[in-house]
Each structure stands twice: as C-alpha cells, then as structure tokens.
Design a protein around this ligand. Structure first.
Ligand SMILES: [Zn+2]
Length: 269
C-alpha cells in the first residue's frame, strides 16, 4: 500500500493573493460561527458585524484569501464546536478553517514572551510573535504526532480511547517526544498502548489536524509479534477486526479513515 492522501489543493499559508477575502469567526472556546447548513460562515472581510475586531491572515486558496477573527459570540449567529464542523468538510473547506483556528490560537496564547514575560507583537517579516526586549521570536506551534495502521493479513488492529464517540474504533496515535524520530515514536507508542511489536513502519502521508496543533504523520506497519494488552486508561479496548467486518470508523476527513479505506481497497483488489 502507498497511500499519500489528496494534497492537490493549492493552499498558500500566510499569503494574501486572493481576489476576494473571507473571514472565519471563532471564539476562545474554539467554536465556529456556522450558517443554516452547518458549514462555517464565511463573512466578507468588511462585514459590519466584525468591524470592531482585527482579522488575522490565514492564507489563500483558489483565489480566496481567508482570515480568522476571534471575538465573543455575536448575537444572532449560530456557533458549533470545531470538530463536528470540520469533519464534514472536504479538504478545500477544511484547510482554511483549520489554519485560521491554529493561527488565532497561537496569537491568543503567545501575547506574552515565554522567556521574559513582556508583551509580544506580530513579527514584520514572518508569522512569528516577536519580543522586543529580549529578542525572542515564537512561531505557531506544530506538534508532530504519529498515527499507525497495524495490519495482519486481512485484519486491522483498531482501538478505542475513552473520549471516542460510542462504538468508534481508530488507528493508534501518539505524540513524537523530544529526541525521538517518527519511527521510534511508532514502535514505542504501539508497545505502550497495545503491547504488540510491529515491523518497520512505512510512511503513508500527513495531515494538519487542529486538535490542537497536530501534524499527523501516517504510517502503515505490519504486526510482528505479541498479543494485545491494553492499560484500560488511555486505551479502553483494542481488537483485531477483519476488513469485511469493521466497527464504526473515524470520519472520512481524517487520515486514520483514509489509511483504513486504502488498506481495505488494497486487500480486496
Ligand atoms: Zn522576551
């Protein structure tokens, strides 16, 4: 299998080159203003509703420049949590909203310097936040996270975390620790979470995932040895599922689902 996802969108982060501009409205609680159809509301940048708030550039896609605006909920608008809003979108809808949310989170969480505590300001030359007194510049945080599809012939190892919606199982994921390679993290996470050993993980593609600022690095690994053993806390159940008898899976917008679907197709061909 060699699944690399769909990266055809011509997304230009931090670039304002669109003929029109749209603003995504978010709150500090990470909710998003939505229209009647449940899709993110994309207001004109000069809409009177948001004139009091500063728009922050996210990037340009297909001739439209997207900004993020963060402000308290505006009366008369509907708001939804980020996750259900995002996972129903295709990648052209997903990317600008995900990017805007991450840019706004970064600005809100880096108003003060982590080294000297003074106020920061937007860097003039890039997307960082600069501290004039001590010279430190900080950049939007991106946390690499491995996500691993483990297979054994026609079976896939899927697990449930306590936060998952009822009945849903997914591939295993974990953050890369300082000093670790992504491949080290794959081996370690799998041993820790389900107690099995895997053969060499093979890279399958990546996805920016704004929960909260993750870069998901997708790997496929064949089972090597060991039986499933879970800790009951981080993982509450893990099982081998036959590709023709899979449980409820993550939404189509996720890299996890992309890899599972690609493997099923590969085995059935
Ligand atoms: Zn400083």
């Amino acid at each position: 299998m060699n699944w690399l996802g769909d990266h055809s969108s011509d997304w230009l982060p931090g670039i304002n080159s669109g003929l029109t501009s749209r603003a995504v409205l978010t709150t500090s609680e990470r909710t998003v203003a939505v229209g009647k159809d449940g899709a993110p509301l994309l207001l004109a940048i000069d809409d009177p509703l948001i004139l009091d708030y500063e728009p922050h550039l996210a990037g340009t896609l297909n001739g439209v420049t997207y900004y993020g605006v963060r402000c308290p909920e505006i009366a008369g608008l509907n708001y939804e949590a980020l996750r259900p809003v995002l996972v129903q979108l295709d990648s052209d809808g997903f990317i600008p909203v995900s990017a805007a949310m991450q840019v706004l989170d970064f600005i809100e969480e880096h108003r003060f310097c982590g080294r000297c505590g003074k106020e920061t300001s937007a860097s003039v030359s890039d997307r960082g936040r600069h501290c004039e007194p001590c010279g430190l510049t900080q950049y939007p945080r991106i946390s690499p996270c491995v996500i691993v599809l483990i297979t054994r012939g026609d079976e896939i190892l899927l697990a449930r975390a306590p936060r998952f919606v009822d009945g849903m199982y997914s591939t295993l994921a974990g953050f890369v620790e300082a000093g670790e390679s992504a491949e080290h993290a794959c081996h370690r996470e799998i041993r820790e979470e389900v107690g099995v050993r895997i053969k060499s993980p093979v890279y399958q593609g990546s996805q920016s995932w704004p929960f909260k600022h993750s870069l998901m690095l997708g790997y496929w690994a064949e089972w090597d040895s060991g039986e499933i053993e879970i800790d009951g806390e981080e993982i509450v159940d893990a099982q081998w599922f036959h590709i023709k008898k899979l449980p409820k899976l993550p939404p189509h917008a996720s890299i996890s689902r992309g890899m599972i679907d690609a493997y099923v197709k590969y085995r059935l061909n």
